[in-house]
Design a binder for this molecule. Structure first.
Ligand code: RIB
Ligand code: CA
Length: 322
């Protein structure tokens, strides 16, 4: 008897790697992608929302509802990563207009409806700034028991990627991240109040890179494969030029791969606090790797990944798309 597919809601800011995360969630038979919500981050909210709709068209899933969330961080101006993803957010593939509009309700209302109506607790995945997830923590306390867990791409135990101290998703909206981590508990721990939280940070995702050879493998492999190849052409080129890396880390897809194969990512319970005051270290995830603070762990923090297993899984699943 195979388990029924895991119900998932993905909150994202597409974004090249968010787009691949959406495609992986749709491709895996063990995941039931109930809805996609969008947040301002990589690019502005109209563009992240248009991109989510475009990607779902690309994989022939215009039935999956999309709702737009917050268009700016909670307590500061929006700073985007358009330099990396292009102003559109999906530089590379030819810009095609979505077949539909997003729902006329804010993301928090779609999230509430999904949590309320699902047959079982829903896994939330967040691959952008945590602005919408902070709303879930604060505005849906009556539905926290309908959340199986929250898996985020964000943060780092060691160095950042957007500043020397901080990873982009957390840096964009540190106040939101602080609210989310303050509500976090360790998955499988004592089921006290709070939301079971897994942090997939840069120690993991910087190993999850694809390169030109992977782009070549996708090229011509149907509509979806061609789309991924064109995404990688831009994304790999940017990372080779900007960082001198062999390829581009597909950060966000690791959150979905972690749901598909829990053996992929090695995690450790840690206390994680968010820096919201220091100009120098704003948005840093202060992860107590050696338990020196005495603070209780509030998340399972990713420390490593079986890279070959990840790449094999990603290529195999994406290869099944039309
Ligand atoms: O730091 C990487 C994260 O920032 C990824 O989610 C990427 O899409 C950007 O949002
Ligand atoms: Ca993202």
């Amino acid at each position: 008897m195979t388990d029924s597919p895991r119900p998932v809601l993905l909150d994202c800011d597409p974004g090249h790697d968010d787009a691949i995360a959406i495609m992986l969630a749709v491709a895996d038979p063990g995941i039931d992608l109930l809805a996609v919500t969008t947040v301002a981050g990589n690019v502005t909210l109209p563009n992240t929302t248009r991109n989510a709709l475009r990607v779902l068209d690309m994989v022939d899933r215009p039935d999956i509802p999309v709702a737009a969330g917050r268009d700016r961080p909670r307590a500061r101006d929006l700073s985007t990563a358009a330099v990396m993803h292009g102003e559109s957010g999906l530089a590379g593939p030819l810009p095609i207009e979505p077949s539909r509009a997003a729902l006329g309700v804010p993301a928090i209302e779609l999230i509430e409806q999904v949590l309320r109506d699902a047959d079982e607790p829903v896994t939330l995945v967040a691959t952008g700034p945590l602005t919408n997830m902070a709303d879930v923590v604060e505005r849906l306390p009556h539905l926290h028991d309908r959340i199986r867990e929250l898996v985020i791409m964000g943060g780092a135990v060691d160095l950042g990627n957007w500043t020397p101290a901080a990873e982009f998703n957390i840096w964009v909206d540190p106040e939101a991240a602080d609210i989310v981590f303050s509500a976090g508990t360790v998955p499988g721990g004592d089921t006290g109040a709070g939301i079971e939280l897994t942090m997939i940070g840069l120690e993991v995702t910087h190993q999850a890179w694809l390169d030109d050879a992977h782009a070549a493998a996708f090229r011509g492999q149907g509509k979806a494969g061609q789309f991924v190849a064109e995404l990688l052409d831009h994304f790999v080129g940017f990372h080779q030029d900007r960082f001198g890396w062999p390829g581009a880390p597909i950060h966000d897809a690791v959150t979905i791969a972690h749901l598909i194969d829990p053996r992929l990512v090695q995690t450790m319970p840690m206390n994680v606090q968010i820096e919201t005051q220091s100009a120098l270290c704003m948005g840093r995830t202060v992860a107590d790797r050696w338990s020196v603070t005495g603070r209780s762990p509030n998340a399972a923090v990713g420390l490593g990944i079986d890279r070959d297993r990840f790449v094999t899984l990603l290529l195999q699943r994406l290869g099944t798309l039309p």
